[in-house]
Design a protein around this ligand. Structure first.
Ligand code: S3P
Length: 437
């Protein structure tokens, strides 16, 4: 099957209601936490993307029993002690979240584990988790900075004090998972980042204390002997929803209602940023579910978009959405400035560089540094040229950003690596077809 998408026309106006697939961060956390309970956990609407399916493969290798039936998934885990008898090989595929979280989970393995990943993941930094994990007593028998990593856990992991400075929920969660299996209390001072793990721990009655200050969260987690089952209805992923929101904002006379989305404030930076740029977005039907905030989103075509000097306080809660936000900046009047974003170049591909590259192809002036970008918006831009996008690391979000650019700015696009959407949003193109009507 061809692995590229050609787009030659902008999308016509649409007025529709839609849902998106389950949240990736919560799906991976559900799989990993359920694998630690000996009881049966059931989820509904688990995201069936490659990242999550790889998480399922890993926990099966580690001893969990998993059944998937339509929208329902069932896991009977192997408990907190590891049950596998020999050295195992785990493959995290493309997923930084899975790769980093599972290393925390392996803090007490008696046998060696080799962790590998795909070409993109093998370029990413793992020292950010291997360094604190060593303090628990984990031993590494390979390079500690990049995959492949060979490690063995400690028979008696010690609790630690840890300062998470990057605002990385992956690092924070990896250490929280290791803390669960350790003796004593692990204390974490963490720069603000998504808090799904904290909410799940609270829901599971795991002894956790959280004190919030303006810039940091102080989290302490006590080791436990067992954990409860985790039944969960997984809400829609705002990071998938983001692409359809921007498609609507940049299309003429269009309106979209997206139902049942996780609008946890640690994830809604995109809504704050786009609203400040003059986009028409509202959340309604807001309700709490197991500590998470869920709601429906209504978004409409927005004409007079204005540039934004984006406050860095939104960086962490919009970290996966900047590529798509850059398209709104391309259409906005004035110069937008996004700063302190060096972490964006450490994602599935160097996204700050790729954002700039795609804007260059579109003829949008921008100035790029190692950690910031200035985008000179052009509200009148209408493309009439050919653009080919081939991201050598097959980044799903580069593919989806390019698709939305093609559908809203025009031109003749050939976008490679269509298969990359299987990583996070397998039904992306089906949803676009539905909107095309
Ligand atoms: C995630 C955290 C973020 C985000 C990633 C998912 C998570 O990464 O970019 O897509 O589920 O914890 P960092 O922790 O590296 O910021």
């Amino acid at each position: 099957m061809k692995n590229y998408l050609e787009i030659k026309q902008i999308i016509k106006s649409f007025k529709k209601k839609i849902t998106v697939e389950g949240d990736k961060s919560i799906s991976i956390r559900w799989v990993l936490l359920s694998s630690l309970s000996k009881k049966r956990s059931i989820s509904n609407n688990l995201l069936k993307s490659e990242d999550v399916l790889n998480a399922i493969k890993c926990v099966k290798i580690l001893g969990s029993k998993v059944k998937i039936r339509k929208t329902r998934c069932e896991i009977i885990g192997s408990g907190l002690e590891d049950k596998f008898k020999k050295r195992v090989l785990l493959n995290a595929g493309n997923s930084g979240t899975l790769g980093r979280l599972i290393l925390g989970l392996l803090v007490n393995t008696k046998n060696k584990v080799k962790l590998i990943g795909d070409k993109s993941l093998s370029k990413r930094d793992f020292y950010r988790v291997t360094k604190p994990l060593k303090k628990f007593g984990v031993k590494f028998f390979s390079n500690e900075k990049k995959l492949p990593i060979i490690m063995r856990g400690s028979s008696n992991p010690k609790s630690i004090n840890y300062f998470e400075k990057k605002g990385s929920a992956q690092c924070k969660t990896s250490i929280m998972l290791a803390a669960l299996k350790s003796n004593g209390t692990t204390n974490i001072k963490a720069k603000k980042s998504r808090n799904h793990t904290e909410l799940l721990f609270k829901h599971l009655n795991i002894p956790i204390k959280i004190k919030k200050t303006k810039n940091y969260d102080f989290i302490s987690v006590k080791g436990v002997n067992s954990i409860n089952s985790l039944n969960y209805n997984i809400p829609g992923d705002i990071s998938s929803c983001a692409f359809l929101m921007v498609l609507t904002i940049l299309s003429k006379n269009s309106k979209l209602i997206i139902k049942n989305i996780n609008i946890n404030p640690t994830r809604t930076g995109i809504i704050m940023i786009l609203k400040k740029m003059g986009a028409s977005i509202k959340t309604f039907n807001r309700r709490k579910y197991k500590g998470e905030l869920i709601g429906d989103i209504i978004v409409q075509s927005s004409k007079n978009l204005k540039a934004l000097n984006c406050p860095i306080k939104y960086n962490s809660s919009a970290i996966d959405e900047f590529l798509i936000i850059f398209l709104v900046a391309a259409k906005a009047k004035g110069i937008s400035h996004f700063k302190e974003l060096s972490e964006l170049n450490k994602k599935e591909s160097p996204r700050l560089i790729w954002g700039s590259k795609i804007l260059n192809y579109m003829g949008i002036k921008n100035t790029l540094t190692k950690k910031s970008i200035k985008i000179y918006g052009n509200p009148k831009l209408r493309l009439n040229k050919s653009i080919t996008i081939k991201n050598f690391l097959k980044d799903h979000r580069v593919f989806m950003m390019s698709t939305i650019a093609a559908l809203t700015f025009g031109g003749f696009w050939k976008i490679y690596d269509l298969n990359s959407i299987k990583t996070s949003f397998p039904s992306f193109l089906k949803k676009i077809e539905y909107l095309k009507g």
